[in-house]
Design a protein around this ligand. Structure first.
Ligand code: FES
Ligand code: FES
Length: 162
């Protein structure tokens, strides 16, 4: 009979949405599951679980990453921003407002990832072209909107960022 070794515990310390979080985690825990299940930050979505759809996008140390492909232990000492940390409900970012204004949300499952990708693009390139927006979104799949309204929202938010 095979005996599986017990999961190894790891003392994780990571800053999430501006707050230091310290938890014991098992070393094989995915960062996405840590955020969703341990911290209740369910704005980070799982669709493919293998780096193809972008629904699980978060920002780690200033870079957008797929949290389904990263282990929680790899976030040790890092700073993470999830969609919940982007803005207060009463003070949405210009981009979040643009998503509302352009009716760019249908089921909403892909939207946290789309918004975080859009925010990082606008930070680097305040007035991106539609081609640049589409390129940036190329790792994020939406099954509902046909993408046009999402691109419109990001393009429109640029005026407000300027
Ligand atoms: S759930 Fe991570 S890329 Fe699809
Ligand atoms: S709004 Fe449904 S997947 Fe994008």
């Amino acid at each position: 009979m095979l005996h599986h070794p017990s999961p190894t515990p790891f003392q994780l310390a990571v800053t999430v949405n501006g707050k230091l979080v310290e938890r014991e985690v098992v070393t094989h825990l995915r960062l996405m599951d840590f955020l969703r299940d341990d911290l209740g930050l369910t704005g980070t979505k799982e669709v493919c679980g293998e780096g193809e759809c972008g629904a699980c996008t978060i920002i780690m140390d200033g870079q957008t990453v797929n949290s389904c492909l990263i282990l929680a232990v790899e976030a040790q000492g890092r700073e993470i921003l999830t969609i919940e940390g982007l803005a207060d409900m009463d003070a949405l970012t210009q981009l979040q407002k643009a998503f509302e204004d352009h009716h760019a949300v249908q089921c909403g499952y892909c939207i946290p990832g789309m918004v975080l990708i859009g925010e990082k693009l606008l930070e680097r390139t305040p007035q991106p072209t539609r081609a640049e927006i589409k390129y940036e979104l190329s790792g994020n799949i939406c099954r509902c909107t046909g993408y046009h309204k999402i691109v419109d929202a990001i393009e429109n938010a640029t005026d407000k960022h300027a």
